[in-house]
Design a protein around this ligand. Structure first.
Ligand code: SAM
Ligand code: SF4
Ligand code: SF4
Length: 341
């Protein structure tokens, strides 16, 4: 099983999979990525998650370690407008920290509604601002709460703070606002802990709660080597096949830089050679179909990265968080997208 962010096979992927045994795979590149991850905010978070580089950094040092900043609304609008011209993709609001701390989140919600952009939000839901939660419920199609636990004690030991009761209250509140509307999904996730029984208990608890539309475990990754391996669980292994990210994901930092892998944004110095383009001045579609990503896809398919001048700094070559392009049975993001009416 791969150990990166969950991703699912999509229809176009089955087409890709049929071709995996051909000696020279002629793999179709979809016209547009299925999920566009957009970093909207960085620098802080109310939580201290044991599995996250932000959470494990002392709060007073986070701005220094990760920098502080937010995306401009004009760039956010440009991205939303381009995504909304395609029928399948989703704009996933991401953050090196907690997106609820982005002051302009309500304005971003208005943009999503006006452009009718399909969206997904990652959040801890640690807030006392119910009007913000209501605005999110009106604009976002998939709200994923990283509640990670089933009790105050479990929450404290994995999320590092005492906020289980607050997050539970917020999940109930959002369920009430969304009701049974099928065009929106409220889902909860937990990062793989290395203890299968505890992870399974999380899924059972939330699935039977009648509060959420789904509950699942995110495979734990190390943010491209930033975090140590799990003490428990199978050892990490370097990948043996291409990563689905390059065929189905697009990652944008808050300055508009399109980056090879979202996990790189958690490092304080992004190597410039890992930047694929600038979304301020280029279309996502142009970068997606551009020469740099084409060369990277070729290297991923053949295993020969020598054509790439940035081979030495590329995290993909021996990645232990790869999301296999072929043959994975995992239910991942496209599964959730497929459930939204
Ligand atoms: C980095 S957080 C940022 C957004 C927000 N603070 C949150 O927690 O949803 C985005 C997602 O990454 C997940 N995550 C954090 N550390 C992870 C890890 N080591 N492996 C896999 N997923 C992780 C979180 O649980 C969350 O669902
Ligand atoms: S809530 Fe999100 S950003 Fe904050 S520490 Fe946890 S995983 Fe990291
Ligand atoms: S193979 Fe590359 S894009 Fe895929 S998870 Fe690893 S570093 Fe990220």
């Amino acid at each position: 099983m791969g150990r990166g962010f969950e991703i699912e096979q999509v229809e176009p992927m089955s087409e890709l999979m049929d071709k995996r045994n051909s000696p020279q795979p002629n793999i179709t590149v979809p016209d547009f990525p299925n999920v566009v991850n957009v970093e909207v905010y960085r620098g802080n978070c109310p939580c201290r998650c044991v599995h996250c580089p932000v959470g494990t950094a002392p709060p007073a040092q986070r701005k220094q370690i990760f920098g502080a900043g937010e995306i401009s609304l004009s760039l956010f609008r440009k991205i939303a407008e381009e995504i909304s011209t395609h029928s399948t993709p989703v704009l996933r609001i991401h953050s090196t920290g907690e997106p609820l701390l982005w002051q302009k989140l309500p304005n971003a919600m208005d943009i999503l509604k006006k452009t009718r952009t399909k969206s997904w939000l990652f959040t801890s839901a640690v807030t006392t601002d119910k009007s913000l939660l209501a605005a999110i419920c009106e604009a976002v199609r998939i709200i994923e709460v990283s509640v990670n636990s089933i009790s105050a004690e479990d929450y404290r030991s994995t999320k590092g703070i005492d906020a289980f009761a607050l997050v539970m209250e917020n999940i109930r509140y959002m369920r009430g606002v969304i009701g049974q509307e099928k065009s929106r999904r409220l889902i909860v996730s937990r990062v793989e802990s290395g203890r299968g029984d505890v992870d399974n208990e999380f899924v059972s608890y939330w699935k039977s709660s009648n509060l959420v539309d789904d509950a699942f475990i995110r495979s734990r990754h190390t943010y491209n080597g930033l975090l140590p391996e799990l003490m428990q669980g199978p050892p990490l292994v370097a990948k043996k096949e291409p990563c689905l990210v390059h065929w189905a994901r697009f990652n944008i930092g808050l300055g508009g830089q399109a980056i090879v892998c979202f996990n790189e944004l958690f490092k304080n110095n992004i190597d410039r050679s890992l930047i694929l383009g600038d979304v301020n001045i280029e279309l996502i579609a142009e970068i997606w179909k551009g020469a740099k990503l084409a060369a990277l896809r070729r290297a991923e398919l053949t295993g020969d990265y020598s054509e790439l001048t940035y081979e030495d700094v590329l995290p993909c070559k021996n990645c232990t968080s790869c999301q296999p392009l072929f043959g994975s049975e995992r239910k991942t993001s496209e599964y959730q997208l497929g459930q939204v009416e």
